[in-house]
Design a protein around this ligand. Structure first.
Ligand code: SF4
Ligand code: SF4
Length: 251
């Protein structure tokens, strides 16, 4: 995102809408006496478009240029109105794991393990996303990456979780690593993530999804408690009109 220095009057109205916070600096306009304009830190801006969508700039100074690769991935992952062509899903390019009841990605005995980096309010550089994806793949637990997820697409080596070198300096409001492993390998996955948390310069949330048993038990609870994770058992399911769930479970 850029602010047009010849239009901006430095009124600050756009500031509260920026989830990255305080990434604008003031400058004196060299050709218009008394005029102050803002400059947006291009390294920290995630091109999320919030400031434009808020529609509060009195002089229409905010402009979102069309970005080339690799900068374009900022908008793909951060702007909910931009669709990721690989999955045709707008807003971070993934429906995440909440559509499992229609997709059947995780069957009984398997757990979906996702990691959402950067939220709330910090954002994540892809060099940190890589630390986490390589930690999961390096744990040798048979972690299978979700193929349609944009972070998977940005990898140069899906066996190791290594991202392309040219995306490492890019940043997103949030980026989600998605995949699955067998239930019995979950403790190792959690351990790898705890180690990765010590190395990244951002925050992340671990998402673990499982089918409840016929007795109503949640099979992942024990592993989470043993690893010392604070957890909240939520159910957020997008049923939609997709494939019927039963087709995945009739064997
Ligand atoms: S595009 Fe998003 S991150 Fe960039 S300045 Fe606007 S609100 Fe802030
Ligand atoms: S709202 Fe518009 S004029 Fe005011 S500081 Fe932001 S870009 Fe400049």
């Amino acid at each position: 995102m850029k602010a047009d220095k010849d239009k901006c009057i430095g009124c600050k109205r756009c500031f509260p809408y920026c989830p990255m916070g305080k990434i604008q600096t003031f400058h004196k306009h060299d050709a218009i006496p008394g005029r102050v304009y803002i400059e947006i830190d291009q390294d920290k801006c995630t091109d999320c478009g919030m400031c434009v969508r808020a529609n509060i700039c009195p002089v229409k100074a905010l402009q979102q240029p069309v970005e080339d690769w690799p900068r374009e991935i900022r908008g793909i992952l951060s702007n909910p109105l931009i669709e990721f062509k690989g999955s045709q899903v707008p807003g971070r390019g993934t429906e995440e794991m909440k559509t499992n009841d229609v997709k059947g990605s995780f069957l009984p005995g398997e757990v979906g393990v996702g990691v959402e980096l950067g939220r709330p309010g910090i954002g994540a550089y892809f060099k940190d996303v890589e630390i986490v994806s390589m930690a999961l793949m390096g744990a040798n637990i048979g972690y299978e990456l979700a193929e349609e997820n944009p972070v998977t697409h940005f990898m140069s080596d899906t066996k190791t979780g290594k991202l392309r070198d040219d995306v490492l300096g890019e940043k997103a409001t949030s980026a989600i690593i998605e995949g699955k492993c067998k239930l019995e390998r979950l403790p190792e996955a959690l351990k790898a993530l705890q180690e990765a948390a010590k190395k990244v310069d951002t925050v992340f949330t671990v998402e673990v999804i499982t089918k409840v048993t016929q007795e109503g038990e949640v099979p992942i609870k024990a592993a989470l408690e043993e690893a010392g994770f604070w957890y909240s058992i939520n159910s957020k399911n997008n049923m939609g009109l997709g494939e019927p769930a039963f087709k995945f479970y009739d064997n």
